[in-house]
Write a protein that binds this ligand. Structure first.
Ligand SMILES: Cc1cc2nc3c(=O)[nH]c(=O)nc-3n(C[C@H](O)[C@H](O)[C@H](O)COP(=O)(O)O)c2cc1C
Length: 184
């Protein structure tokens, strides 16, 4: 697959088949994704890989939080959904006290996630970067083992696509670009 094809056809996939993605494939592609640019080679990331079993307590926590927020009773712990991802990858970054370094590091990890997404897509594997509203809650932090000077950037849901969403058109470049200094 050409790079431009990967970029244009990649979609955020949220519904997956039961087929498992090999852990060795995830490791191989994540290793490649590490070549993402990162200012001063901070390499600010680390990862926690969760299989379907690991997702049960995590999904239960997320569903319970959502229910509580809506004033509904906490649901029973359910088995994993039919179309659940094969794996989830929790992406964690160091939080530098300097705002500039933090911003650069966040940019770097975003590049890494896009590298990884395109490499997965090239192999027919779908991914979505999810940022549930409870990422900073203590229970989530404890469950995933996020450290004091760390932050959860998101949960990447990974698996073979059951449904590939339609492409969402982007605003044309002409509405986003200008040429030359605006205030010469
Ligand atoms: C930082 C970030 C956070 C996102 N969080 C979520 C999320 O919590 N839930 C979700 O379903 N999609 C999430 N997405 C995926 C976007 O919704 C998706 O990229 C967008 O709708 C464009 O669709 P496409 O990726 O298929 O082109 C996130 C994407 C980014 C970059």
């Amino acid at each position: 697959m050409e790079l431009r094809e990967a970029i244009t056809t990649r979609r955020s996939v949220r519904s997956f088949t039961k087929e498992e993605v090999e852990v060795s494939t995830i490791e191989e592609l994540l290793q490649l994704a590490l070549y993402a640019p990162n200012h001063k080679m901070t390499q600010p990331w680390r990862f926690v890989l969760l299989d379907r079993q690991d997702q049960v307590p995590l999904q239960h926590l997320i569903k319970s939080k959502k229910a509580l927020k809506k004033g509904k009773p906490v649901p029973e712990k359910e088995p994993i959904a039919e179309d659940a991802p094969s794996h989830m990858l929790a992406v964690v970054i160091n939080v530098d006290e300097k705002e500039k370094v933090y911003r650069d590091d966040f940019g770097a990890v975003s590049s890494l996630i896009q590298n990884f997404s395109l490499l997965l897509w090239e192999k027919g594997i779908g991914v979505v970067w999810k940022t549930p509203g409870f990422m900073k809650d203590q229970e989530m932090i404890d469950l995933l083992g996020v450290g004091e000077n760390e932050e959860l950037v998101g949960l990447l849901h990974i698996g073979y696509p059951a449904v590939v969403p339609k492409m969402k058109e982007r605003e044309p470049l002409q509405s986003k670009i200008s040429f030359g200094l605006p205030n010469k």
